[in-house]
Every structure is written in structure tokens, then in C-alpha cells.
Design a protein around this ligand. Structure first.
Ligand code: SF4
Ligand code: SF4
Length: 151
């Protein structure tokens, strides 16, 4: 999408105020990127997953919510504006058929990263990490990453 059109969409997003002190940008990127190590156990088969009758699964609201960026650090969004604009399309947002989400994990919102519906198969420590991320508790996320790296 053209930058101007994307900015127009973004102007309708109400960014959430941080409940604690705003996290530094590098912490946001590191904590979001860490989710690559998490197995969400999404049972994707053919058109979508077992949990959803919609082919876009839980990403169906991407277009209207502009990737649920409301809880993303505004600093990160501004610094990566051209990437956010280029990858967004007016039909499916950041979701693509046979590809899923095209946004790198570090640029995805907390809403997108913490969401999981397979509680049965996920590791308890992964669930814990995602609950920290859901709350925007970046200090706890960093501590967890430090602990996981030492294992
Ligand atoms: S989190 Fe659940 S609804 Fe979303 S893709 Fe995974 S299995 Fe499907
Ligand atoms: S994970 Fe990606 S495609 Fe899905 S809602 Fe979030 S930004 Fe959109």
C-alpha cells in the first residue's frame, strides 16, 4: 500500500498508553522476536486450522485493525513505517494466502504474538512468556529470555 494511504489508515488507530514506563525500542524488538522460538501448535491444515472455520483463522481482523497495531510501541511503528506500509494490503492486511503473516515477528503487535488457542499442547513456560508479553511486561520477558539462554 502507498505510504499516504497507509498513514490515512494508521491515523484511525488509537494507540494504547503504556501502563508502565514505555519500553525501549530494542527491548520490544528482542522480546517480540523471541516468539520465533515458541511452538504455538496451530494445527493448520488446508484452508485454515482446526479451531477456525475461517481460512484466515485468527488473522481475519487484520485488515480492519491494521494488524492490531494499537498495542505496538508507537516508536517502533514510526521507525518502520515504510515496511508497515509496503506489506499492508487493503484486502487481507498483513495476511497472505498460503503464507500467513508477512510481517516479521519483531514488528507484529502484542495482540498477534500472545494469541494462542491450543492450551493443551503448548509448553507451560511458553504460555507464561506469552502472558508477560500480553501484559506488556517487557522486564519479565527479558528476564525470561536471559533464563532461557542460560539453560
Ligand atoms: S492461534 Fe488458533 S485460531 Fe489462530 S491460527 Fe493458531 S490454531 Fe488457528
Ligand atoms: S499475525 Fe499478522 S496477519 Fe495475523 S492479524 Fe497479526 S499482523 Fe495480521
Amino acid at each position: 500500500m502507498q505510504l499516504k494511504a497507509f498513514l490515512n489508515k494508521l491515523s484511525k488507530v488509537e494507540f494504547e498508553r503504556s501502563r508502565t514506563s514505555p519500553p525501549v525500542e530494542s527491548a520490544v524488538l528482542k522480546c517480540h522476536e523471541f516468539t520465533e522460538k515458541i511452538d504455538y501448535h496451530c494445527n493448520i491444515k488446508g484452508r485454515g486450522c482446526f479451531q477456525s472455520s475461517n481460512s484466515r483463522c485468527c488473522c481475519d481482523g487484520c485488515r480492519h485493525s491494521v494488524g492490531f497495531l494499537k498495542d505496538m510501541s508507537p516508536e517502533v511503528v514510526l521507525k518502520n513505517l515504510s515496511t508497515y506500509a509496503e506489506l499492508f494490503n487493503s484486502k487481507t492486511g498483513y495476511w497472505r494466502e498460503n503464507e500467513g503473516c508477512v510481517l516479521p515477528r519483531k514488528l507484529r503487535s502484542r495482540t498477534c504474538l500472545h494469541y494462542h488457542c491450543n492450551f493443551k499442547d503448548m509448553k507451560p513456560e511458553d504460555k507464561m512468556y506469552l502472558s508477560f508479553l500480553k501484559d506488556g511486561n517487557y522486564a519479565a520477558c527479558l528476564q525470561y529470555i536471559y533464563w532461557a539462554d542460560k539453560k
